[in-house]
Design a protein around this ligand. Structure first.
Ligand SMILES: Cc1cc2nc3c(=O)[nH]c(=O)nc-3n(C[C@H](O)[C@H](O)[C@H](O)COP(=O)(O)OP(=O)(O)OC[C@H]3O[C@@H](n4cnc5c(N)ncnc54)[C@H](O)[C@@H]3O)c2cc1C
Length: 667
């Protein structure tokens, strides 16, 4: 990481600015000098660093124009005397705000110069500030109306540069507003943990908790987008990444601020608290954005996220592999796997990629697995059952199976020839799997399994059942049993989505001990590991969201660019990309420091992806009318959407998991 760390930024702001509540009285002049001393105006052209610092200032409701200086250094690159003077605090530059009447500028009384930027091709003009009059309003400290002198420097600006500079300004404002929203959210969270009413912490009330968790998810997505935009500065995807980041902050930050006020209630409404000052900062910053319109089309093509090197390589290799395979069918509707496509993937070793080498895999990390699964879902390859079986059951057998089980099952799973149905849920044990009532009792060397399983996907086609049962003295044990054993009855039914799931009745089904996977009573450990495999599958759910977005844009045709449609699509694009980046963060390589909190990120990615799919398919109905209700991918997506919210743990359950990690009491 180059430039000052987040901790250093916080320390400097704490020392020279103080709390957000001091925004109206703190001394920007002193902070400006201190910041220059810490190199904040000489960040070596790293937008990623500049955005981190700017986000830090937002947390303090502080208008120090770090991004303005970053832009000025870019524009004035041919005048090293000026850029050196800026870095050394001899010249202080702010950008002129686009407003009617005399120019407006932040920090107008502390800056020495203002830089006027053209909206299109033209000239950037640097002028000394001769007079600055506060324009007291929402912003605190206030914006200033400024009177300027003769140009000190004039730089020609091309159309392309003007667009780039506008993008940078928008991103800077968004990053600062994001910082303010993040801080307001932290204050709300802390309040919810400690403020007690009706005998309990207010964070234990369902409505408060859900609001906080939703803010957490939205902020995590927005932060990921802003960071990605910083990293992509200068590459071809930079403008699209920036557009998505700004769109997300514009949608999320005001909601988070509003949510924080609801949670803080009276305590956060009066000026001795930080929240009102963060409110002013956030809304004043976002108020500039409509006047800084980006050139070009708002409907962003989603850039591929930057991935860790191994995952980047796996994604590229898989794409090459798919291109070499030639045309493959697309599963517009849920359908059984296509044997030829499964066979091709199996032959390429893609199904078993996450298994250890000794089990026939290549020990690919979660980042690689999710990158490949993303491609599979994005292209709707009819292979999802085989992939899921390999990632979950296959992984469990590779880790916990006996040598005989591994020899018997893994080659068939790796070839995609072994249909296995997961049989966890029961009529009375859905989210609460610990309540399952199916029992497995010892009977000599065997087990007798009795009970009823529900909603088991594709069990009517399965050769094996991957079944969780209760065993004595107390515990859950996992079994892999043939689906056609005497005593097993399978009844299929069709979901709203057209997926087929089954009720399974088991009456004293006799299985040998060799069907047990992992220790007797040790099923939770195995299941937790299996769910780790499912993490990659859940993480890739954003790929389905991207596919639905593409379908909607394609169905709209030229209407996608209409003034009244574009902003909606851009918002959706930002939400899809946020879910995608959360999944990338959740599946960082094993051992990476970012793996900490992976479970929380997975939950956030799952909730974000499944809910954007639902909203997208509902929007399709609204935008397209009856044609979205005719057979096709959008109609199918609409019917699939509720299932996505339920399967893999309901979104409510995932929200609860996030709440626990945030230190909120059970609702
Ligand atoms: C398409 C599809 C395929 C499926 N495939 C399989 C499969 O192959 N194998 C299998 O075993 N199961 C499968 N399931 C079942 C799935 O795992 C369960 O539906 C899921 O675990 C939720 O259980 P439930 O439906 O009984 O809901 P319940 O747990 O009864 O939940 C009812 C409501 O209460 C809420 N709720 C429950 N607990 C909490 C909590 N702690 N905090 C907050 N809210 C809570 C839920 O969010 C929901 O709104 C499938 C389901 C679907 C829809």
């Amino acid at each position: 990481m180059s430039g000052p760390s987040d901790e250093e930024v916080e320390k400097t702001l704490t020392r020279y600015w103080g709390r957000p509540a001091r925004a109206a009285s703190a001394d920007l002049d002193v902070l400006w000098s201190a910041a220059a001393g810490h190199g904040w105006f000489d960040l070596g052209g790293s937008l990623e660093t500049a955005l981190r610092v700017v986000r830090g200032t937002g947390r303090f409701a502080c208008p120090l124009p770090v991004l303005d200086a970053f832009v000025a250094a870019d524009v004035l690159a041919a005048r090293p005397d000026l850029t050196i003077a800026m870095a050394a605090d001899a010249v202080r530059v702010v950008l002129a705000g686009p407003a009617p009447g005399p120019p407006l500028a932040e920090a107008g009384s502390t800056a020495t110069h203002v830089l006027e930027l053209p909206a299109a091709a033209g000239e950037a003009v640097l002028r000394p500030i001769e007079e600055a009059t506060p324009a007291v309003g929402l912003a605190a400290p206030p914006w200033y109306r400024i009177v300027t002198g003769e140009p000190a420097e004039t730089v020609p600006v091309s159309e392309e540069t003007a667009a780039r500079l506008t993008t940078l300004r928008r991103l800077g404002l968004a990053a600062r507003a994001l910082g303010a929203a993040e801080r307001a959210h932290e204050l709300a969270l802390a309040h919810a943990r400690t403020r007690r009413q009706f005998g309990k912490a207010v964070g234990g009330f369902g409505a408060v908790q859900q609001r906080l968790v939703d803010c957490h998810i939205e902020l995590a997505g927005a932060a990921a987008l802003v960071t990605e935009a910083g990293k992509r500065h200068g590459d071809a995807c930079g403008p699209a990444a920036a557009r998505l980041a700004v769109a997300q902050v514009l949608r999320v930050a005001p909601r988070v601020q509003s949510a924080a006020h609801r949670t803080l209630a009276a305590a956060g409404y009066f000026e001795e608290h930080d929240a009102p000052w963060l409110f002013r900062r956030l809304h004043a910053d976002l108020a500039w954005l409509p006047a800084l319109r980006p050139a070009g089309d708002d409907v962003a093509d989603l850039p591929d996220p930057l991935l860790p090197p191994a995952a980047e390589a796996a994604r590229a290799e898989f794409r090459r592999f798919l291109a070499s395979v030639g045309p493959v069918p697309e599963a517009i509707e849920p359908r059984p796997d296509d044997p030829a496509t499964v066979g091709a993937l199996a032959a390429g070793g893609w199904l078993s990629m996450g298994w250890p080498v000794h089990a026939g895999g290549r020990d690919a990390g979660p980042d690689e697995s999710v990158a490949v699964q993303y491609e599979i879902l994005r292209r709707r390859l009819p292979v999802t059952a085989a992939v899921a079986v390999a990632a979950t059951v296959g992984t469990a057998i590779a880790r916990y199976g006996t040598p005989a089980q591994r020899d018997l099952m893994l080659p068939a799973i790796a070839r995609g020839e072994c249909q296995v149905a997961a049989a966890y849920s029961e009529p009375d044990a859905g989210s609460d799997l610990a309540a399952l009532a199916t029992t497995a009792e010892r009977d000599g060397p065997d087990w007798l399994i009795t009970g009823r399983k529900a909603w088991c996907s594709e069990a009517h086609r399965a050769r094996y059942l991957w079944l969780a049962a209760r065993t004595e003295p107390s515990g859950i044990t996992l079994f892999l049993i043939p689906a056609d054993l005497p005593g097993i009855a399978i009844r299929p039914y069709v979901a709203l989505s057209s997926q087929v799931a089954c009720d399974i009745t088991l009456e004293a089904v006799r299985v040998p001990d060799s069907a047990r996977v992992g220790p007797a009573g040790g099923g939770w450990e195995v299941l937790t590991d299996v769910l780790g495999g499912e993490r990659a599958v859940l993480g890739a759910m954003a790929a389905s969201a991207q596919a639905v977005l593409d379908d909607l844009v394609a169905a709209l045709g030229p209407r996608a660019s209409a003034e009244n449609v574009r902003p909606t699509l851009t918002e959706f694009a930002a939400r899809v990309q946020a879910a995608r980046l959360l999944a990338v963060a959740a599946n960082m390589p094993t051992g990476s420091s970012r793996r900490a909190g992976a479970a929380r990120l997975t939950s956030a990615a799952k909730v974000a992806a499944s809910e954007v799919i639902e909203d997208l398919s509902l929007a399709a109905l609204g935008l397209l009318g009856p044609s979205a209700a005719l057979p096709g991918p959008l109609e199918s997506a609409l019917r699939l959407a509720p299932g996505g919210i339920i399967a893999g743990g309901t979104n409510d359950v995932h929200r609860g998991l996030i709440a626990r990690t945030l230190g909120l009491p059970p609702a």
